[in-house]
Design a protein around this ligand. Structure first.
Ligand code: PNW
Length: 475
């Protein structure tokens, strides 16, 4: 009703989808259940010194055994859609042979979601490559792209009758550059040329899968999810700062968007990375495959950064310091770029809260890429880690997280008013979970997980978000 909304409340279209997101290795646990074999994240997390406190995803949120409870929880919160990823090594433990018991888990999950009236939104790859494929060279090996295509077909055969929203990759930047250049992520390699090979083969795998799935099923909604950071020069009058922002925008944002939408790597990024690209990496026809038309671009957004190139005295890896905790520079070809704080409030990850950047980014993506291609935008991840406090009554009053989500939804709405075709929003994450190298120390959930009892407790942000999903109104 009118009276219930404040004058500045914003209202989203009825058709707008409200969801939450997770990823297999971060929530499932059940690491050896039902014939699952190790992925690179099992290996990496069990390598001393790689994750906070040696945390692993062996148990995680035990979603593998508790998915029915988690679906019921989403239903109670009134969410329309659930973005989950499939553990490749659960479904194809040796990378080749299909494991029916692994597939059954996802089939049961999908049925449970559909019975609850929740749309299943499947991500094929959220960083957990089967270890056997890594042993054969991982994403640096071109064959992995073809294995990924076969994996797409296996999933589509088993789930395509019920799953219509299909994301090939989540954040190939992280998989390639944190995994193979910076080493903060599995497989923990630190070879710039491997990272570039991995990036190309990830994109190739995406293209092969989209091409193949489109042939099999023209009505499927196909896409991928990229992570974007809004990079701006700290001092717009400084040529060094302007160049720093251009470089990271090139190697992080445009590096993936340009091949997908325009079939080329950005010329300036290629120049910055000259001498680092392996010979003969790009075969004839690759770029056509990579730019196979898609329907949906998923956007993961957390922060915007100011950059400076002015002080080469600062460690080059400082560019990503807040996001990777050091290690070799993940931004291959962009040494001597570092980030400058805006002085804004930060989340527990050290990421500055700057919602305006989400509005600007969505408008830019619409203008530069998606409008012309007739592609819909979804924010497939947005959210924040905070050091939550459990009150005496057991509740979690996570007002900072609630405020983070509220402000980003308002920015998203502004982008829609400016013409961006954004059709849904997924909060990261449904549950507190295994935050990669940060282990269980960083909590992103709108639902608290007690890692002793595995009990789930919706936080204040979850109750608030349920209201948004029900009314479409953000106050
Ligand atoms: C994303 N960076 O990770 C992932 O898709 C999620 O699995 C993760 O839990 C979430 O964001 C929160 O971190 C990122 O360094 C990791 O730019 C690193 C970066 C960005 C996203």
């Amino acid at each position: 009703s009118e009276a219930a909304t404040t004058p500045s409340a914003v209202t989203f279209p009825k058709s707008f989808l409200w969801g939450s997101a997770t990823a297999a290795y971060q929530v499932e646990g059940g690491h050896a259940a039902g014939g699952r074999a190790p992925s690179i994240w099992d290996t990496f997390s069990k390598t001393p010194g790689k994750t906070h406190g040696g945390d692993t995803g062996d148990v995680a949120c035990d979603h593998y055994h508790r998915f029915r409870e988690d679906v019921a929880l989403m239903k109670r919160l009134g969410l329309n859609v659930y973005r989950f990823s499939v553990s490749w090594s659960r479904v194809m433990p040796d990378g080749v042979t299909v494991n029916p018991e692994g597939l059954r888990f996802y089939s049961d999950l999908v049925d449970e979601l559909l019975n609850a009236g929740i749309i299943p939104w499947l991500t094929q790859y959220h960083w957990d490559l089967p270890q056997v494929l890594e042993d054969a060279g991982g994403w640096a090996n071109r064959e992995t792209a073809y294995a990924f295509e076969n994996y797409a077909v296996v999933l589509h055969e088993a789930l395509g009758d019920r799953v219509r929203q299909w994301t090939t990759l989540n954040e190939p930047w992280c998989a390639a550059f944190l995994g193979y250049a910076n080493g903060h992520h599995a497989p923990g390699r630190t070879e710039p040329s491997f990272a570039l090979a991995a990036a190309h083969h990830l994109l190739l795998g995406h293209g092969l899968a989209v091409h193949r799935l489109r042939e099999r099923d023209p009505e499927l909604e196909l896409g991928l999810t990229l992570n974007f950071t809004d990079y701006r020069p700290a001092d717009p009058a400084s040529a060094g700062d302007v160049d720093a922002a251009r470089r990271l925008d090139g190697s992080f944002n445009r590096f993936f968007a340009e091949p997908i939408f325009h079939g080329t790597y950005p010329a300036d990024a290629l120049e910055d990375q000259a001498g680092l690209w392996p010979d003969d990496l790009i075969h004839a026809g690759d770029m056509e495959l990579i730019s196979t038309p898609i329907d949906v671009l998923g956007v993961n957004f957390y922060t915007g950064e100011l950059l400076t190139g002015a002080d080469p005295g600062e460690a080059s890896a400082a560019a990503a310091s807040a996001r990777t905790e050091g290690g070799p520079n993940p931004n291959v070809g962009s040494e001597h770029v570092s980030s400058v704080r805006r002085g804004l409030p930060q989340t527990a990850m050290g990421w500055e809260v700057y919602p305006q950047a989400l509005r600007d980014l969505l408008v830019r993506l619409h203008t530069d890429y998606t409008a012309e291609a007739g592609v819909a935008l979804y924010v497939t991840e947005n959210g924040a880690a905070y050091d939550d406090v459990v009150e005496a009554d057991g509740s979690v009053q996570d007002t900072q997280r609630l405020d983070y989500i509220r402000r980003h939804l308002r920015a998203l709405h502004e982008a829609m008013e400016a013409g961006a075709d954004v059709r849904g929003y997924f909060v990261w994450s449904l549950l507190d979970n295994f935050e990669w190298a940060f282990g269980y120390a960083k909590r992103f959930g709108i639902v608290r997980v007690d890692y002793q009892t595995l009990e789930r407790t919706p936080k204040a942000s979850a109750h608030w978000f349920a209201g948004v999903a029900r009314t479409g109104v953000v106050d």
